[in-house]
Design a protein around this ligand. Structure first.
Ligand code: PGA
Length: 257
């Protein structure tokens, strides 16, 4: 039986220059609590930082580097893009795909994301797949169908072995960077729903082993309450991952949950 992992992942988005990134990783590593295979930390800086981050975390068990995106193709005339294979050869372990900002500002669709997922898995990357509804969908009470469709359309073509390399991050768009966190109950309800959707396709054992992260204004003050929920297995952290002390407090909450 595969045990469910807990993960805290820091998504820096388009923040920090190289020196600031180096200092932040140094600060995180200095006070990192003891981790194990079931309690992991993932750092997702901008592409430019990745070689540096990979070098800094070398030898640090259960700390991994992630990219925030990758392209659908392996190489070619795609000016400005970075492939999953390049990430793999840089020592990157994870890639975040389907973040709402990619969907919103760069027009990434569920079908396009399905291609990215395939390419990332072919390059042996683990995928943190983001889903989550906008406010008008939540207000209309249609969030369960909306999120289920995102997951089905981008992931349900995978076989079981492939699917086991997916982590899902539920990030309600209305909670991202707004300071408005989903309540622990709202997070738990959606995470349980996601697990049921996955169980309907891949069975209970696979669904039970799936790591489902919460993202959206998760911080040092609310992480413990969110992570105490049965189906919340850690967090994808934006703003609060940009300071070592707040990120470390969230990691601590994960190790204690
Ligand atoms: P936030 O971002 O923690 O700043 O709300 C989360 C995310 O977008 O991954």
């Amino acid at each position: 039986m595969i045990m469910r992992k807990k993960i805290v992942a820091g998504n820096w988005k388009m923040n920090l220059n190289l020196q600031e990134g180096k200092d932040l990783v140094e600060g995180i590593l200095k006070w990192l609590p003891t981790l194990d295979n079931q309690h992991r930390v993932v750092i997702a800086p901008p592409y430019l930082h990745l070689s540096q981050t990979v070098a800094q975390i070398e030898g640090k068990a259960f700390v991994y580097a992630a990219a925030q995106n990758c392209h659908t193709e392996t190489s070619g005339a795609y000016t400005g893009e970075v492939s999953a294979s390049m990430l793999q050869h840089t020592g990157v372990s994870y890639v975040i795909l389907g973040h709402s900002e990619r969907r919103q500002y760069f027009g990434e669709t569920n079908a396009f994301l399905a291609q990215k997922v395939d390419r990332a898995l072919q390059s042996q990357l683990e995928v943190i797949f983001c889903c989550g509804e906008p406010l008008e969908i939540r207000d209309a009470g249609k969030e369960n169908e909306y999120v289920a469709e995102q997951i089905k359309a981008s992931l349900f073509h995978l076989n079981v072995t492939e699917f086991q390399r997916i982590t899902i991050a539920y990030e309600p768009i209305w909670a991202i960077g707004t300071g408005r966190t989903a309540s622990a109950q709202q997070a738990q309800d959606m995470h349980m729903h996601i697990r049921n959707v996955v169980a309907s396709k891949y069975g209970n054992e696979v669904a039970d082993a799936l790591t489902i992260l919460y993202g959206g204004s998760c911080n040092a003050g609310n992480a413990a309450e969110l992570f105490a929920c049965k189906d919340v297995d850690g967090g994808l952290i934006g703003g609060a991952s940009l300071k070592a002390d707040s990120f470390l407090a969230i990691i601590q909450a994960m190790t204690e949950a």
